[in-house]
Design a protein around this ligand. Structure first.
Ligand SMILES: O=C(COP(=O)(O)O)[C@@H](O)CO
Length: 255
């Protein structure tokens, strides 16, 4: 059976409201507002979340938040709760991106608590895990992924319906100066993560790849047996770039 990949982008700390509107207008004018061959998702910054979710409401494109706290409300100045992002129209929450782990004190424990909270509120949790360059170069990728995978699912109440996606994003592959992971290497890490999940939960979860995905490597990555989707940064920040990758991947998976 042909796979239906997740293909999405986080805008990180980019886009004014006018720029968000332009991206969304291009998306809405495309053939992909209702797409059976891929699950599209867009993760704007909080400032544009409500507006983008509203604009894409009638489409099949999922809109997510880049983070959400584990508590529903309270004295947590500067934070945003899962109740609030859901209220803005988000149905997905990205959790544990390496930039948050590196710069904002996100830990395996807070990631686990946030995943459980997002799921408790009926949203999909998209959990980013990945090895640092130091872990990669010293052969400790598997150890890092095992630790982060276990923490990501540790607090979820699995006796209730829960949608959790994992994004394998090697830290050394992300952003300017990042090296895209070799597709075979990425696939091997996805095999490992899925094995860990099967042992822990009795079933694997979808695992997406992220880190310097671009028009030149997207198809080969998406063709890997255990890569269930692509999570794209820079190459998808212009709607045309995003739609170009979506078009290429869908066409390649048809053949
Ligand atoms: O960080 C990500 C990848 O960024 P790139 O610019 O594609 O390296 C991923 O989480 C999508 O935001």
């Amino acid at each position: 059976m042909q796979k239906r990949p997740w293909i999405g982008t986080s805008w990180k700390m980019n886009k004014t409201l006018a720029e968000a509107d332009r991206f969304v207008a291009t998306l809405k004018a495309s053939d992909y507002t209702h797409c059976e061959e891929a699950q599209l998702f867009v993760i704007p910054p909080f400032t544009a979340l409500h507006r983008v979710a509203d604009a894409l409401n009638e489409t099949d494109i999922i809109v997510g938040a880049q983070n959400a706290h584990w508590k529903d409300a309270g004295a947590w100045t500067g934070e945003i709760s899962p109740v609030q992002v859901k209220d803005c129209g988000a149905s997905l929450v990205e959790i544990g991106h390496s930039e948050r782990r590196e710069h904002f004190g996100e830990t395996d424990e807070t990631v686990g608590l946030k995943v459980a909270a997002a799921v408790r509120h009926g949203m999909t949790a998209l959990v980013c895990i990945g090895d640092t360059r130091e872990e990669y170069e010293s052969g400790r990728t598997a150890e890092a992924l095992a630790r982060q995978t276990e923490a990501a699912v540790a607090h979820v109440d699995w006796s209730r319906p829960a949608q959790v996606l994992i994004a394998y994003e090697p830290v050394w592959s992300i952003g300017e100066g990042g090296t895209p992971a070799d597709p075979d290497f990425a696939n091997e890490q996805h095999v490992l993560v899925k094995r860990l999940l099967r042992e822990r939960l009795g079933a694997a979860l979808p695992v997406l790849y992220g880190g310097s995905v671009n028009p030149g490597n997207a198809v080969e990555l998406a063709r890997q047996a255990e890569i269930d989707g692509l999570f794209i940064g820079r190459s998808a920040w212009q709607a045309e770039g995003y739609l170009g990758i979506v078009t290429d991947v869908i066409a390649a998976l048809r053949t």
